[in-house]
Design a protein around this ligand. Structure first.
Ligand SMILES: [Zn+2]
Length: 147
């Protein structure tokens, strides 16, 4: 498998980090809207409400309604849902077993670690086709978006 890569503007990367800080100590989550070009481009975000009441600190789950809503938002902007992001409050930015069990192949999964309310590392992952493991994906943060 070729090494996957993702590009995102600094502004959007900061928004993901800010969302993680905002919902701390709970997880934030949202959809990544963009284009599956080479490299895959993130061009917009669609924040979601973490609907898990039982364990909002360390569980995020995307419902089928979330997928429909995110898809609709993407289409309105001429984009596709190319992935999902969520935060790991006081945990490293690595996928958990739960994340693996609930992930789908193809999508990019961005995880931002938030320690004591402050955003730390941001990583991205893709689930292998056999669903046995995630492969890390390089994130290229663009300093200046040309408008
Ligand atoms: Zn997670």
């Amino acid at each position: 498998m070729a090494e996957a890569n993702l590009t995102i503007s600094k502004e959007l990367a900061e928004k993901i980090r800010a969302h993680g800080a905002e919902t701390y100590p709970h997880e934030c989550c949202g959809a990544l809207l963009g284009k599956d070009s080479d490299p895959r481009e993130i061009l917009g975000l669609f924040p979601l409400v973490n609907r898990r009441d039982d364990s909002p600190r360390n569980r995020f789950s995307v419902t089928s309604q979330d997928v429909l809503d995110a898809d609709k938002a993407a289409r309105q902007q001429g984009l596709d849902v190319v992935g999902w992001y969520h935060s790991h409050p006081d945990h490293p930015a690595r996928p958990s077993q739960y994340d693996r069990d609930h992930a789908w192949p193809w999508y990019s999964y961005i995880i931002v670690s938030v320690a004591e309310g402050k955003p730390q590392d941001m990583t991205s992952w893709r689930l292998n086709d056999d669903r046995e493991a995630f492969s890390p994906e390089g994130i290229d943060i663009q300093q200046n978006a040309t408008v």
